[in-house]
Design a binder for this molecule. Structure first.
Ligand SMILES: [Zn+2]
Ligand SMILES: [Zn+2]
Length: 331
């Protein structure tokens, strides 16, 4: 048996013992080391989004080591991350454009056993080997880092660009770091109403940290990233872009919002949706973290045991936003 953090419905997360998985043909068994609580897990917790049944072991961000290759090419002890996506493999996107656009894209932790536990069985082809980073826990950040890389690739962030990131949760902060440190944007402005998040944005490499975008000395941005999933930041993105600028949307909206869209027409803006990543983004994120070239401590607020996960969900869903990425240590 092994410990697992399971979702039983809205605001009902329990730690239970479940049977250790037995890998099927074509799957390896992975001993999970660290996993990360994602915004998507919070949407499940708060609103019951994405899931079709309960109970299920939650979680899709992890780093672990091969416990049983089960005939595959990876060796026991090899550090790996997994592509947690479960695409339908039938829709037009799955056939031609990439799983990130799959119309019924699912994730482990939603449609099958997730990683907030001690072992997981996954198909060989979903596993990506990663070099041991100095801080092993950073391996659990490969998946969200891939999301940030995908945003910057899709938005074509370049060296002359002034970028504004609206909302400094984990994805917003990782986007600040990638835009500035990997894509070398000219300036990156971070906007959030929480002081501690703005301090973290400075550590991530933001040139400017603001509580309100209208205080910016830059009147026009080339690229805005909406990473909050609320109407005010959606509107702020439209209103503060230069003509022909790009609004990249990545925050999931829990509720419908009302906006004034005329700036979109008047300035011929481009709006792009960013959903997860490509396999190449995931691969690049694994390389960056394996090399340890990007400092990432700013995104982790604490590392706790699986037993403490229900309390962590309560804290993350609550009003005071000083927690950021919480990692679960499985062993
Ligand atoms: Zn995630
Ligand atoms: Zn599909």
């Amino acid at each position: 048996m092994m410990k697992a953090v399971r979702n039983y419905g809205i605001e009902d997360v329990r730690v239970e013992d479940i049977p250790k998985p037995i890998p099927k043909q074509g799957e390896a068994l992975i001993r999970i080391l660290y996993s990360g609580i994602c915004c998507a897990d919070l949407h499940i917790y708060k609103k019951g989004m994405f899931i079709t049944y309960t109970p299920e072991t939650m979680g899709h961000e992890f780093v672990g080591e091969i416990a049983d290759p089960n005939g595959g090419s990876l060796t026991v002890g090899q550090l790996v991350v997994g592509d947690p996506r479960v695409p339908c493999l039938k829709c037009s996107a799955c056939r031609t454009q990439g799983y990130q656009r799959c119309e019924s894209l699912g994730f482990i932790g939603e449609v099958s056993q997730g990683c907030f536990t001690q072992y997981i069985a996954m198909p060989w082809e979903k596993l990506i080997p990663i070099n041991r980073p100095e801080k092993l826990s950073h391996g659990a950040l490969v998946e969200p880092l891939a999301v940030a890389l995908h945003i910057c690739v899709e938005a074509h962030v370049g060296k002359n660009d002034h970028v504004v990131v609206l909302g400094c949760g984990p994805i917003g902060l990782l986007t600040v770091a990638v835009a500035k440190q990997v894509f070398q944007a000219k300036t990156v402005t971070a906007v959030d109403i929480v002081d501690s998040r703005l301090q973290r944005a400075a550590q991530a490499g933001a040139d400017f940290q603001l509580k309100d975008i209208s205080q910016s000395s830059l009147s026009e941005f080339d690229i805005a990233v909406e990473a909050a999933g609320i109407g005010v930041t959606f509107q702020a993105g439209l209103d503060h872009l230069r003509p022909g600028g790009t609004l990249a949307m990545v925050g999931i909206f829990e509720n419908p919002v009302s906006i004034q869209p005329n700036a979109l027409i008047g300035k011929e803006l481009r709006i792009i949706g960013c959903n997860t990543y490509t396999r190449e983004d995931l691969q690049q994120a694994a390389e960056i973290i394996g090399k340890g070239t990007l400092s990432l401590d700013f995104v982790i607020s604490r590392i706790i045991s699986l037993d403490e996960a229900p309390e962590a969900f309560k804290a993350l869903a609550g009003d005071h936003k000083n927690d950021l990425k919480i990692l679960l240590q499985a062993h």
